[in-house]
Ligand binder design. Structure first.
Ligand code: TXE
Length: 501
């Protein structure tokens, strides 16, 4: 797997037909319903990771821009146009947002694929989940009710579920349109207003989405977008006293810093963080299906998934047979290609910093004594492509076993029995997800109960929810939930009302 990557003709045609949006010279942020440049006038570059070519620059928003956006969001929060809107109308607006996303799904997916390198098939899937998530939450405004609490004849007691205020949303580059809906949809369903701060290297789809939102009936200032660096715009948003809650997706280290800073103003915080998720293959599994699922687990989106199944555990007796099937699948279906070529399942990693980071982990793997079964370095001679990599001869203490690499790299070990599988799967600081491959019902349920992770897939990997299941991390993979009623509650506060009769 060391051939050079040259863009096939179909991808070149797709690139010539790219939405004009990605090539516009300079994009604008959205504050209070208007498109604005950064107060400083400065911009940040965006790059196509498959070609290393420059795309449209985005404004480098800083504290002054964040302050303007928070003020606009606060004004919109109390404006009767939003605060007094009936719940059914709010639900209709959420459905309208879903319509608009559906209509422009291909365009938004293409923008993300070019801006952050995920295969079009992957970004298309994210957009489908995005519209479904808005539809799921569109049903909630009319059902978000408090309760009447029993009391004596002299009192009436009840609760109200109220929005929090301004929600700051900060998220990552590995799935711009995948991570946003689980935050934006429930925030709006509950009646909050928001300031969005997308990742600095992958902001274009959010800016395009903001243009599309302006065509719905959302009042001005309900959704604002400030682009910029985490250390500038991101930090200013987390520290701003006018923000009631931060919803964050990113690394565990940055998540901890966000929570520390948010403590000063006692903001609520939900954190979707990193992972080092196990894929556990038992001898009785359908090994062909397991090989495909396990490969997708650590190679899908070039391994840049918080739920990536980057630690592979195989029952001892089937090790050789399974590894052969895995290598065959990797070669047949997961050879990297242009993200815009139909059928590509592995694109480049998203940006130069990530390319350097993954490359350095491959050096660390060799220094630590891991064996490179396949891959182990750059793929091709241009673009930020990394060869799909499988490592074995690994020990539990190695950095490549313990730390999130966030690239197309899996580490493989064996286990002896169920208890050994559970112990090894749980030997991690993280706890976001797991996949278990078995045809034995007892094994499936025992594993599902014993694994310390927020999501457990049995005989699949990576199926995400369309809003209706809670998604959250155990241990250092996060705090709180997205999705489902748990994900909506995170954007509300309960008020107790006591009326003396
Ligand atoms: O993430 P950051 P980075 C992991 C993955 C990756 C590593 C580094 O292992 O290799 O993190 O990626 C904003 N205050 N994950 O450095 O820093 C930033 O602008 C407020 C896993 O890109 O977490 C961006 O919008 N905001 C993860 C967002 O945080 C700040 C997805 C994420 O950036 C900030 C991404 C600050 N002080 C990376 N600093 C997953 N769970 O999927 C940065 N940001």
């Amino acid at each position: 797997m060391t051939a050079s990557v040259s863009l096939p003709p179909v991808a070149e045609a797709a690139r010539r037909a790219l939405p004009a949006f990605v090539r516009a010279r300079e994009q604008m942020m959205w504050i209070g319903g208007r498109q604005v440049a950064a107060a400083s006038g400065r911009t940040l570059p965006n790059t196509d990771p498959a070609t290393e070519e420059a795309l449209a620059g985005v404004p480098r928003g800083e504290a002054a821009d964040v302050d303007a956006a928070v003020r606009a969001a606060r004004a919109a929060f109390t404006d009767p146009a939003w605060a007094g809107m009936s719940p059914d109308r709010r639900g209709r607006i959420l459905n309208r947002i879903a319509d608009v996303i559906e209509k422009h799904a291909d365009e938004l997916a293409t923008i993300d694929s070019v801006n952050m390198g995920a295969p079009h098939r992957v970004t298309t899937h994210m957009l489908a989940e995005a519209s479904e998530t808005f539809r799921y939450y569109a049903g909630w405004p009319t059902k978000l009710s408090g309760v009447a609490v029993p009391a004596g004849n002299d009192h009436m007691l009840y609760t109200r579920k109220e929005p929090l205020g301004v929600v700051g949303v900060i998220w990552a580059w590995n799935g711009p349109m995948g991570q946003l809906p689980g935050k934006l949809a429930p925030a709006l369903a509950a009646g909050n207003t928001v300031v969005l701060k997308p990742a600095e290297t992958a902001s274009l789809s959010t800016l395009r989405l903001a243009e599309l939102l302006a065509t719905t009936d959302l009042p001005a200032g309900v959704v604002n977008v400030v682009t910029g660096l985490g250390s500038e715009a991101g930090q200013a948003l987390v520290g701003h006293p006018g923000v009631a809650k931060i919803a964050f997706t990113g690394s565990t280290a940055t998540g901890k810093a966000v929570q520390r800073l948010a403590t000063d103003t006692l903001k609520r915080v939900t954190l979707e963080l990193g992972g080092k998720s196990p894929s556990v293959v038992f001898a009785d599994a359908d090994l062909d299906a397991a090989a495909r699922g396990v490969a997708a687990g650590f190679l899908g989106n070039a391994g840049q998934a918080c739920v990536a199944g980057s630690r592979v555990f195989v029952e001892e007796g089937i090790r050789e047979e399974f590894v052969q099937k895995l290598l065959k699948t990797m070669e047949a279906a997961f050879t990297p290609g242009d993200p815009l070529t139909p059928g590509t399942l592995v694109g480049p990693v998203s940006n130069k910093a990530q390319f350097d980071r993954v490359s350095s982990y491959l050096d660390i793997a060799r220094q630590e004594g891991a064996n490179v079964v396949t891959g182990g370095g750059r793929f091709g001679d241009h673009g930020y492509f990394i060869a799909p990599t499988l490592l074995d001869n690994v020990r539990p203490g190695m950095r490549v076993v313990r730390e999130e690499i966030f690239g197309p790299v899996g580490v493989l070990s064996t286990f002896t029995d169920l208890d050994d599988a559970i112990a090894q799967a749980n030997d991690t600081d993280y706890g976001l997800a797991a996949s278990v491959w078995t045809t034995n019902l007892t094994t499936a349920h025992r594993m599902a109960a014993a694994i310390e992770a927020g999501t457990v897939w049995v005989n699949s990997w990576g199926q995400m929810s369309t809003g209706n299941l809670p998604f959250g991390g155990y241990k250092q993979s996060g705090l709180g939930y997205e999705g489902g009623l748990e994900g909506l509650d995170a954007y509300t506060q309960a008020k107790a009302v006591r009326i003396t009769l």
